[in-house]
Design a protein around this ligand. Structure first.
Ligand SMILES: CC(C)(COP(=O)(O)OP(=O)(O)OC[C@H]1O[C@@H](n2cnc3c(N)ncnc32)[C@H](O)[C@@H]1OP(=O)(O)O)[C@@H](O)C(=O)NCCC(=O)NCCS
Length: 239
């Protein structure tokens, strides 16, 4: 089922579930959008030479995309230029939000091993080491006392960024979660996105310190009004 959301001065967006057949496209969208992200740049930096291992970056993102689509909670936004007849609208994703269930009933902070593809499980060297460090710190910081929805990744294709698409895509899911009284959790990987999440009602509950890397801000959003769950800052893992 898809829903169209409009705000004055903006093209409407249509929100629909992410589909198995578009995992390649959604992975490519995330890969492009996250190449400027501090955590991606830390995790996939080539240590012995310049640049980044973007193939490994895409392999990691594909695992998360596959996981969210498999769970049935990935949501995609399609921008619909005003005045375009519905039949002429291309259904290609302009943004994607990877939501997955987490908590006592779903005890995973990263995709379970059976959902990981060989190009990711066979990853070696620094990206493997750093991903594993990230996964452990992320697992430690992640409140798991109550079932909730976890947003490991959200991205808007670069040409559409800054036009309200990300806000409306997230708002769409958060309205559903509010109606169901389900909390939400994420880790903001940069101060710009943290500002957006605060406006949407997320509150910081700690800090994740990556070894010789950028900080991440774990954020929790609870529509029931229960006090925010605070987690202690996790110590940085040994480099
Ligand atoms: C973060 C992101 C999903 C927001 O979607 P968007 O459609 O660009 O954002 P909106 O137009 O709805 O809202 C604007 C707000 O988003 C945030 N934002 C905008 N561009 C951003 C960018 N390149 N990176 C991170 N956050 C950004 C800011 O908070 C901005 O508000 P501001 O006016 O206070 O600066 C999108 O910019 C993106 O994909 N960024 C790159 C990937 C990323 O950082 N993902 C989140 C990691 S936790």
């Amino acid at each position: 089922m898809s829903t169209t959301t409009t705000r004055p001065g903006q093209d409407p967006i249509r929100v629909r579930p992410g589909l198995t057949g578009e995992i390649d496209n959604l992975t490519a969208l995330l890969d492009e959008a996250f190449r400027q992200d501090p955590v991606s740049r830390w995790m996939f930096a080539n240590v012995s030479r310049e640049g980044h291992d973007w193939a490994a970056h895409a392999a990691m993102l594909r695992v998360f995309t596959d996981w969210a689509v498999y769970c049935g909670h990935a949501q995609v936004a399609v921008s619909v230029p005003s005045g375009t007849p519905a039949a002429d609208v291309e259904d290609q994703a302009h943004a994607v939000a990877l939501w997955v269930p987490a908590g006592p009933s779903f005890p995973h902070s990263v995709p379970p091993r059976e959902r990981q593809r060989p190009d990711f499980t066979n990853l070696q060297g620094w990206p493997r080491l750093k991903f594993d460090q990230f996964a452990e710190l992320s697992r430690t910081a992640h409140p798991m006392q109550v079932d909730h929805q976890y947003l490991p990744f959200v991205a808007v294709a670069p040409p559409w960024q800054g036009h309200g698409v990300g806000t409306r895509l997230l708002r769409h899911r958060l309205d559903q979660l509010d109606a169901e009284r389900v909390p939400a959790y994420l880790e903001a990987s940069n101060p710009d996105s943290a500002r957006l999440y605060k406006r949407l009602g997320f509150r910081p509950i700690g800090e994740i310190r990556l070894p010789a890397g950028p900080p991440l801000t774990p954020m929790w959003r609870d529509p029931t009004g229960f006090p925010v769950i605070r987690v202690p800052a996790a110590p940085a893992a040994a480099p």
